[in-house]
Design a protein around this ligand. Structure first.
Ligand code: AMP
Length: 175
């Protein structure tokens, strides 16, 4: 199946120069959504994993569906101030300013093997912050999976240099 055909591109959203890759058109199609989860599940099926961490918010949709399919637990990596119990926070640089991601301190146990999931990897800054959080909690994160990779922004290379193997179902040129 051509996954790319189900992803809608919106030019200049949320700002001029960005080609926004919208997966809602993929998610609403039962065959395409299932095929995407199945393809990720096939890739990760034989890997020793304990848990999936999904990045807010589209990483929740993909990550939770994949966790259910693989029989793994799921933990949400959230934007600052959203999680109710004790959290650990990790700031990361944006083009202008900075942002933070958080995990519950009890989300991951020492030595648990965690698969990181998001819808898209661009510069890799978001995923790297999530990797740092998981590692600070004692988790082992050696794999990260995405629906879409934007290779022009080299995020996957950044993750690989940090000891994380990467996988994506498709690529788009540009930003
Ligand atoms: P980055 O930290 O640069 O790798 O950006 C990845 C995060 O931003 C992911 O959570 C994506 O959902 C979102 N994102 C970045 N660029 C795009 C894009 N062109 N289209 C859709 N989402 C994007």
């Amino acid at each position: 199946m051509d996954i790319r055909a189900y992803i809608r591109t919106i030019a200049d959203y949320p700002k001029v120069g960005i080609q926004f890759r919208d997966i809602t058109t993929l998610l609403k199609d039962a065959t395409a959504f299932n095929a995407s989860i199945d393809a990720l599940a096939l890739h990760y099926a034989d890997m020793p994993l304990d848990k999936i961490a999904g990045i807010e918010s589209r990483g929740f949709i993909i990550g939770a569906a994949l966790a259910s399919k693989l029989g793994l637990g799921f933990v949400p990596v959230r934007k600052a101030g959203k999680l109710p119990a004790a959290t650990l926070s990790q700031t990361y640089a944006l083009e202008y300013g900075e942002d933070a991601l958080e995990l519950h301190t009890d989300a991951i146990a020492q030595e648990e093997r965690v698969l990181l999931i998001d819808d898209l990897i661009a510069t890799g800054g978001t995923a790297q912050a999530a990797v740092a959080l998981i590692r600070r909690l004692g988790g082992v994160v050696e794999h990260a999976g995405f629906i879409i990779d934007l290779p022009a922004l080299s995020g996957m290379q950044q993750l690989q240099a940090n000891g994380v193997q990467t996988f994506a179902l498709c690529q788009f040129e540009g930003h």
